[in-house]
Unconditional design. Structure first.
Length: 256
């Protein structure tokens, strides 16, 4: 049975895609079968790795593919692209189907990867709601600025309200809040971090990702942070510690 994780926020620029890529890559390096799904119309993961396929999320939703054909990014790591602008048609279909909130659960019931990680769009719509009905856990990425805190507050409220409206049918829980970019030299970063801890003390991960050139450069070379410069960077060390903390938190809740 798969453990399913969504990386979700309401604001762009929160290093959401970077977290999804590096978490999936780190787990796969531990020899766990991982499926990385791009559900964003911007298709940032697809752009990063320059890999696309007719079997993409949009075409899966629209019923244009008969069986899954995942892209192999590396050993133990598979990838399902979003389909980019075709997600507009997929979203329209979802808004009218009778399986409005449960289509993903039905479509992905045959997936048997150990871990499924979904990079979501920075918005709230039928795709977001389907993802929440499908996943076990949500990780909220936050950059330590005002908009980051605001986006975290929004998505936490939306998730809580959606679960309440679904009357117990939505089992997803927020696994944690990950600070994905912080500048420890600024007073604002410190204030936002303290505000996050004060508001959600039991959810904020201890490991903080500080601003790093290597993290910014890795996607330009179509690499995750652990393969960029063979992982000999400060960015790789920071993400390794964060990913380990994330997996420890999951292990406390379930056995992989």
């Amino acid at each position: 049975m798969s453990i399913k994780i969504a990386v979700m926020t309401m604001k762009g620029g929160q290093a959401k895609t970077t977290l999804a890529i590096n978490l999936a890559s780190r787990i796969s390096k531990a020899r766990r079968e991982v499926l990385l799904i791009d559900s964003d119309i911007q298709a940032n993961i697809t752009t990063t790795f320059k890999r696309n396929h007719h079997c993409n999320l949009a075409n899966v939703i629209l019923g244009k593919v008969n069986r899954f054909e995942f892209i192999n990014l590396q050993k133990y790591l598979s990838f399902l692209p979003s389909g980019g602008e075709s997600m507009v048609d997929a979203l329209s279909y979802l808004s009218h189907t009778q399986f409005k909130n449960t289509l993903f659960k039905n479509l992905f019931s045959s997936i048997n990867h150990k871990i499924v990680i979904i990079d979501t769009a920075p918005s709230w719509n039928e795709v977001s709601q389907n993802i929440l009905m499908y996943v076990d856990y949500v990780i909220v990425p936050v950059v330590t600025d005002y908009l980051g805190f605001s986006g975290c507050d929004q998505i936490m409220s939306y998730i809580s309200e959606f679960k309440e409206n679904m009357l117990g049918e939505c089992k997803a829980e927020v696994l944690g809040i990950a600070i994905t970019r912080s500048n420890k030299r600024t007073r604002l970063s410190y204030t936002i971090k303290e505000g996050l801890i004060k508001r959600w003390s039991d959810l904020v991960f201890d490991r903080v990702i500080e601003e790093s050139v290597s993290i910014q450069e890795a996607p330009a070379f179509q690499k995750n942070i652990f393969d960029y410069k063979k992982g000999h960077t400060k960015g790789a060390r920071m993400y390794d510690m964060l990913c380990r903390e994330i997996m420890r938190r999951i292990l406390k809740k379930t056995k992989i």
